[in-house]
Write a protein that binds this ligand. Structure first.
Ligand code: CP
Ligand code: NVA
Length: 318
C-alpha cells in the first residue's frame, strides 16, 4: 500500500473539525487521514503539535485509548491531561456545557469517553476546540479508523474487502459498519436476535455503501456470514456498563463464538481482528486470537498512529 500521494492534497477542511461518528466525514477525508497515519507510522517523532494540549476526559476505563492518545501527543511535542470524571467537577454536577467552555479556554482539543452519545454532542456543541469521541454508547470512531488502517496494511486495499463482524451489534460494530461502507468495503454483521446494530445506523451505513460501491448485509447465521470472509472481527459480548446482563448475554451469544469451526468457510488468508480487551473462551477462542491469523496487537498499536493523524488534522498543523 502506498497512500503517501494523498498527503500532497493537504486537506485543511479538517482543521477544528470534531470526530463524533465519521458520518460528518467523506471518503476523501478518511483516505487523507489514513495516508497521514501511514506517514506518521513511518516517521513517529515530530514537533507537529509542539505547545498543544489535549484534555482526555474519561467516564469509563481504558488502556489503549488513554495510553495511545497520551503517548501520541508526547511523540508530536504536545501534552495530554488525563481527567477522570470522578475527579473533576463534572462528577459533582457541573454541566457538560460549562465544562466544554472552560476546557476550551485551556486546551487545543478534547477527547471524551462517555456513557452517552448525547453527552458527547453536548460537549461538542459548547466547545470551541475540536472534540474527539474516545468511545460512547453508540460509536467508537477512533477504533474504526485503526481497524481500516490495519486492514489496509494486511490486504493492501479496502474497496471490495469482505469484513464480517460476529457478535454484539454495539458501538464498535456501528463504527466499523459506517467507515467500512464509506470506503467501499463489503460489510456483513452477524448478531443474535435482539442484539442487532441500531436500525437507524444500519440505514446510514447502507446509504454510504450505495454511494461508495460497498455493501452492508445483516446475516443472522454466523456460518453463512463468514463465507469467503477476508476479515473476521469480534468484540466482547458484554460492553462496559452492561455487567448486570453478562449471564443473560452469555446464553444469548451461544453459537456466535469466533473459533476454528467458524473460520472454516472464510478465505484461507482470513485475518482476525478484535478491538480488545478480549475475553478468551467467550467471544473468541484462545487458538484464534493468539493464532497465525490474528492481527489484534498490530491493530491496537495502530490506534496510536491513526489518532495522531486525527490530532494533527484537527489541530491544523500540516
Ligand atoms: N479498544 C479500546 O478502546 O480499548 P480501551 O478500552 O482499553 O481504550
Ligand atoms: N464494546 C466495548 C468496546 C471496548 C473498547 C465497550 O463499549 O465496552
Amino acid at each position: 500500500m502506498n497512500l503517501i500521494d494523498q498527503m500532497h492534497s493537504t486537506d485543511t477542511s479538517l482543521q477544528g473539525k470534531h470526530v463524533l461518528t465519521w458520518l460528518e466525514y467523506d471518503q476523501s477525508q478518511i483516505s487523507y487521514l489514513l495516508a497521514r497515519a501511514q506517514h506518521i507510522k513511518e516517521n513517529p517523532y515530530s514537533q507537529a503539535l509542539q505547545g498543544k494540549n489535549l484534555a482526555m476526559v474519561f467516564e469509563k476505563s481504558s488502556t489503549r485509548t488513554r495510553v495511545s492518545f497520551e503517548v501520541g501527543m508526547v511523540q508530536m511535542g504536545g501534552h495530554a491531561l488525563y481527567l477522570n470524571t470522578k475527579d473533576i467537577q463534572v462528577g459533582r454536577g457541573e454541566t457538560i456545557a460549562d465544562t466544554a467552555r472552560v476546557l476550551s479556554g485551556y486546551v487545543d482539543a478534547i477527547m471524551y469517553r462517555t456513557t452517552s452519545h448525547d453527552k458527547l454532542k453536548e460537549l461538542a456543541a459548547h466547545a470551541s476546540v475540536p472534540v474527539i469521541n474516545g468511545l460512547c454508547d453508540l460509536y467508537h470512531p477512533c477504533q474504526a479508523l485503526a481497524d481500516l488502517f490495519t486492514i489496509l496494511e494486511l490486504k493492501g486495499r479496502l474497496a471490495g474487502v469482505k469484513v464480517v463482524y460476529v457478535g454484539d451489534g454495539n458501538n464498535v460494530a456501528h463504527s466499523l459498519m459506517i467507515l467500512a461502507a464509506m470506503m467501499g468495503m463489503e460489510v456483513v454483521i452477524s448478531t443474535p436476535s435482539g442484539y442487532e446494530p441500531k436500525a437507524s445506523i444500519v440505514k446510514e451505513a447502507k446509504k454510504l455503501a450505495e454511494k461508495y460501491n460497498g455493501s452492508v448485509v445483516i446475516e443472522q447465521d454466523p456460518k453463512k456470514a463468514v463465507h469467503d470472509a477476508d476479515v473476521i472481527y469480534t468484540d466482547v459480548w458484554t460492553s462496559m456498563g452492561q455487567e448486570e446482563e453478562a449471564q443473560e448475554r452469555m446464553r444469548s451469544f451461544d453459537g456466535y463464538q469466533v473459533n476454528t469451526q467458524l473460520f472454516m468457510t472464510a478465505k484461507n488468508d482470513v485475518s482476525f481482528l478484535h478491538c480488545l480487551p478480549a475475553h478468551r473462551g467467550e467471544e473468541v477462542t484462545g487458538d484464534i486470537i493468539d493464532g497465525p491469523h490474528s492481527a489484534v496487537f498490530q491493530q491496537a498499536e495502530n490506534r496510536m498512529h491513526v489518532q495522531k493523524a486525527i490530532l494533527q488534522a484537527a489541530m491544523g498543523r500540516g
